[in-house]
Structures are given as structure tokens and as C-alpha cells.
Write a protein that binds this ligand. Structure first.
Ligand code: PEP
Length: 248
């Protein structure tokens, strides 16, 4: 069985003190969660949030990681820096990073390998744009990302994929339960073929894209969907808690 994982992506929201307040309020609401609960916070919030989640089920995640161990990479953060602070998960290749910050499949792959080498769990985002979906190119785009983003990985039980159709992120337009289930099923099937013998069957695949307190039950009831990567709704304590408690 694959344990569901619900992760919040705060993006560039919440100062350190605001973040600490949010997780303090969240703690009692998620204490009986059966799934893994993660908050992926701005790097500068990590120390305060780490302190605030102490003694709870909430795990700490970051939103990006550099691929080099150290060196002249102004503004970047290494996997070991995150690890030393108790970070356990890191989002890699979010569509906003790909669109605004020049991330490519090659850098996504390098960052993923660096995260794994440091013992972090990468949450690697893949997905198609609206144009690509409407042009019937979804599988082709995913095939390409699958071929390039995961090269060199030996044990897929150690990574999480977030299938995030770009047209559903921050737009309020969610993929239907069936669309999300079907596409995630396709990703799993394709990964099993391309990376045969590398534990793909144990890899979790989340859905991400305007998942909220209302639509989470339907999405999470789908057999292929192992969790959610939540943007906007992760900034509202009650909404995020409702998603975490989707099975209640
Ligand atoms: C995201 O940023 O990964 C995301 C899914 O955002 P939202 O839930 O706001 O669509």
C-alpha cells in the first residue's frame, strides 16, 4: 500500500512568524491524520516552522534545492543545508520555477539526484499546459518529462511525483477526478515501463492543481491518486486541515 501524502506549497507567502502561527493552529487539527502531512515553506521560514511543528505529525519541506554540494552559486541553497535543518522533503521542478526561473528538465534531474543523495525526498512536479492538453499532446509531454527528469534514479520508492496540469494551478480550474486519475495512471504505467525493476510500484503520485476542501474527497477516492500538492488552500488552516483529513 502507498501511504497518502498531502503537502502544502506556501510559495512566496508567510513571513517566518506568520508561518509559525499557521502551523501552530494547524497542529491540533491534523493530530489524527492517517496520511503524511508536509508543509513546503519559504527557505527563510524553515527555522521558525521547524520549532513550531515540534512534537506534531507535520513534516518540513522546502520549495527548491540546488544541485551542487557547495560553491559559487549566489542565492542558492544546497541539499545538505536543508537536511541539517531537519527538512525532509523538497519540491523540485514546480511549473512556476520552470516558467519564471529557467528550470529545465536537465536541472530538474540534477536537483532531484542531489536531493536523493542528501537523503531528502524530492516531490518532482510534472504536467502539461492548457495548449498542450487541448492539442492532444499530454502524453507526449509527460513521456518527455518522464524520460528526462528521472534519469539515474535507482529506487523510485524514495521519490514522490506531483502531477500538476499547469492549467489547473492557481486558476480554480481543477482536473476532474477522472481526468486526474487517468493521467496519473498513465504516468505510473509509463514509469513502470521506462524504469522497470526500480521500485516504481511503490512510488507515490500526487495530484496538484486547485485542490481544496471541497474537491479533495473525490480526488483522493481515485485509486491512482496518492495525495495532493496544495497551493492556495494550504495557506488557510481550516482548508488545509480538511484536505489532510479527507478520509474522515
Ligand atoms: C501548486 O502550486 O503546486 C498548486 C497546486 O497550487 P494551487 O493549489 O493553488 O492550484
Amino acid at each position: 500500500m502507498r501511504k497518502p501524502i498531502i503537502a502544502g506549497n506556501w510559495k512566496m507567502n508567510n513571513t517566518a512568524s506568520e508561518g509559525a502561527e499557521l502551523v501552530k493552529a494547524l497542529k491540533p487539527l491534523v493530530k489524527d491524520a492517517k496520511c503524511e502531512v508536509v508543509v513546503c515553506v519559504p527557505a527563510i521560514d524553515i527555522p521558525a516552522v521547524k520549532k513550531a511543528i515540534h512534537g506534531s505529525k507535520i513534516r518540513l519541506g522546502a520549495q527548491n534545492v540546488h544541485f551542487a554540494e557547495k560553491g559559487a552559486y549566489t542565492g542558492e541553497i544546497s541539499a545538505n543545508m536543508l537536511k541539517e535543518y531537519g527538512v525532509q522533503y523538497v519540491i523540485i521542478g514546480h511549473s512556476e520555477r520552470r516558467a519564471y526561473f529557467g528550470e529545465t528538465d536537465e536541472t530538474v534531474n540534477k536537483r532531484t539526484l542531489a536531493a536523493l543523495a542528501a537523503g531528502l525526498t524530492p516531490i518532482v512536479c510534472i504536467g502539461e499546459s492548457l495548449e498542450e492538453r487541448e492539442g492532444g499532446l499530454t502524453q507526449k509531454v509527460l513521456d518527455n518529462q518522464i524520460a528526462l527528469d528521472f534519469q539515474g534514479i535507482e529506487d523510485f520508492s524514495k521519490i514522490v511525483i506531483a502531477y500538476e496540469p499547469i492549467w489547473a494551478i492557481g486558476t480554480g480550474r481543477t482536473a476532474t477526478d477522472e481526468q486526474a486519475n487517468e493521467t496519473i495512471g498513465y504516468i505510473r504505467k509509463r514509469m513502470k515501463k521506462v524504469y522497470a525493476g526500480k521500485n516504481v510500484g511503490r512510488m507515490r503520485i500526487q495530484y496538484g492543481g486547485s485542490m481544496n476542501a471541497k474537491n479533495c474527497k473525490g480526488l483522493m477516492a481515485q485509486p491512482e491518486i496518492d495525495g495532493g500538492l496544495i497551493g492556495g488552500a494550504s495557506l488557510k488552516t481550516a482548508d488545509f486541515a480538511a484536505i489532510v483529513n479527507f478520509d474522515k
